[in-house]
Design a protein around this ligand. Structure first.
Ligand code: BG6
Length: 484
């Protein structure tokens, strides 16, 4: 079975990691603008490095530099978008996943009227995509909420955020509806649990009268409700639109057939799926409700919340997939890193330079599992390999390791489609080098296009085609038939 003829081949980027221009054209500060450079991030301790305090935020606000806050400069997509989109078009992209920076539309999140300069920027981007027939897939919130809302309300802990987000979403639907059919609400909504500040603006030392843990689950609930209301508005405002939800697919294996290992893996997978259950099936799963109850966490809900979730389910399920993880009941087992998660080292899998375990078959397993469970179309909206690239003296990047990674994942993706999985697109992360979310490094490169910039922001910002650029072009032209 071949991929569908209208298969959405392309790439995915996020505003906070590419745009730069953090303080111009009335843009407000976002949570990404205070994310510092962490070159020495210990991949064995992601959790510790995700702690964000009010003091750290205040220090960042008083520091104008972009050197130690690299997401402020990104790769200057704000001024290079025409050049970048032309390169994506040269590769034959059918789709580009981008996100809208909420702070360009509502700088503080609470203004009465949207910022017309921000609206115009995205209209220009969409016009440019239209020129090349590239379908935009747009995420409304990808780790870039207004910092003001974190400061004032402790982010999504406060119900007020639901209304503010819906207001922002409505502006996007009205302004960009003529260009955009495919939408996503929250990037990796599950990540509120792993990095609550980045995803939901929640800061531990601001939790007064409630626990940090309660704050996280409450924030998540508000995001589910906001996503459901946004889905309703999207359908009303843009006829024929498709609203997806997005999950970090963290497929977990048992380390052995010891039932204790199997149970741990099951719990981890159920936990991961619970976020999609709420958005695609429209309700909190029973086991998850009991889990929260046993933890003593009472989520504050409004009377109509359950109905809102039930009536406004996601049209499709989008996922990011980078690696798999393994659980063991034996605490002495060697650990391995992953996408802001840890797990037991899997002896069958190689790892990237950043210690993420490479598992193409895990993608096939993930797609089978998700399609069997949810029966809605799936879209892979992130998959890729962060690596250290070397630019040769004749301006080439021979990134065969990236080609190998992507080839094997695409092969397994196709195998899942052969088994009957309804898959509508594949946008790899990221088609162009950008600033890493977890470490804010530039040197953790994902692109088919090399960007001449180092970790401290030195470089010409020139765009250079890597070997993988030409490879991916052939893959798209052959609709996935030519992978070698
Ligand atoms: C995904 C995020 O989880 O992982 C992206 O949605 C991110 O924004 C990607 O860039 C890769 O992670 P990192 O830390 O290598 O940038």
């Amino acid at each position: 079975m071949a991929l569908r003829n209208d298969f959405l081949w392309g790439g995915a980027i996020a505003a906070n990691q590419v745009e730069g221009a953090w303080n111009i054209d009335v843009k407000g500060m976002s949570v990404a603008d205070v994310a510092s450079y962490k070159p020495a991030l210990d991949v064995k301790d992601y959790a510790g490095h995700n702690t964000v305090t009010t003091k750290m935020i205040e220090e960042a606000k008083n520091d104008e530099s972009t050197e130690f806050y690299p997401k402020r400069r990104g790769i200057d997509f704000y001024h290079h978008y025409k050049e970048d989109i032309a390169l994506f078009a040269e590769m034959g992209f059918k789709a580009l996943r981008i996100s809208i920076a909420w702070t360009r539309i509502f700088p503080d999140g609470e203004e009465e009227q949207p910022n017309s300069l921000g609206v115009n920027f995205y209209k220009n981007v969409f016009e440019e995509l239209k020129k090349y027939d590239i379908e935009p897939i747009v995420t409304l919130s990808h780790y870039e909420m207004p910092l003001h809302l974190s400061d004032k309300y402790n982010g999504w802990v406060d119900r007020k955020l639901v209304d503010l987000f819906v207001k922002y979403a409505e502006v996007c639907f009205k302004e960009f509806g003529p260009y955009v059919k495919y939408w996503l609400t929250f990037n990796e909504v599950d990540s509120v649990r792993r990095h609550p500040f980045t995803t939901a603006g929640v800061v531990e030392d601001k939790c007064k009268g409630y626990s940090f843990e309660k704050a996280i689950y409450q924030a998540l609930h508000h995001q589910y409700v906001a996503a459901a209301i946004a889905t309703k508005k999207c359908h009303e405002i843009i006829p024929g639109s498709q609203m997806g939800c997005m999950l970090t697919k963290l497929t977990t294996y048992p380390n052995t057939c010891n039932p204790e290992d199997v149970l741990l893996a099951l719990e981890s997978n159920l936990d991961n799926h619970s976020h999609a259950d709420i958005q695609v099936l429209g309700e909190y799963p029973p086991l998850y409700k009991t889990y929260l109850k046993n933890k003593g966490i009472l989520i504050e809900k409004e009377e109509t919340d359950d109905l809102i979730l039930k009536e406004n389910k996601a049209d499709y399920l989008a996922l990011s997939y980078y690696m798999s993880r393994t659980e063991s009941a034996d605490p002495t087992k060697e650990q391995a890193a992953g996408n802001t998660v840890m797990g037991v080292k899997n002896p069958y899998l190689p790892s990237t330079d950043w210690g993420w375990q490479i598992d193409p078959v895990g993608l096939k397993i993930s797609l089978m599992e998700l399609y069997d469970r949810y029966r809605v179309p799936l879209m892979i909206v992130e998959n890729g390999m962060g690596a250290k690239d070397e630019l040769t003296s004749d301006n080439k990047v021979h990134d065969s390791y990236r080609i190998d990674y992507l080839r094997e994942h695409i092969r397994e993706m196709q195998a899942a489609v052969d088994l009957g999985v309804d898959l509508i697109g594949y946008t790899s992360w990221a088609p162009i080098d950008l600033i890493s979310v977890s470490t804010s490094q530039m040197s953790k490169r994902y692109g088919y296009i090399y960007v001449d910039q180092d970790d401290l922001g030195n470089g010409s910002l020139d765009r250079i085609r890597k070997d993988s650029f030409y490879w991916y072009k052939k893959v798209i032209a052959s609709n996935g038939a030519e992978l070698e």
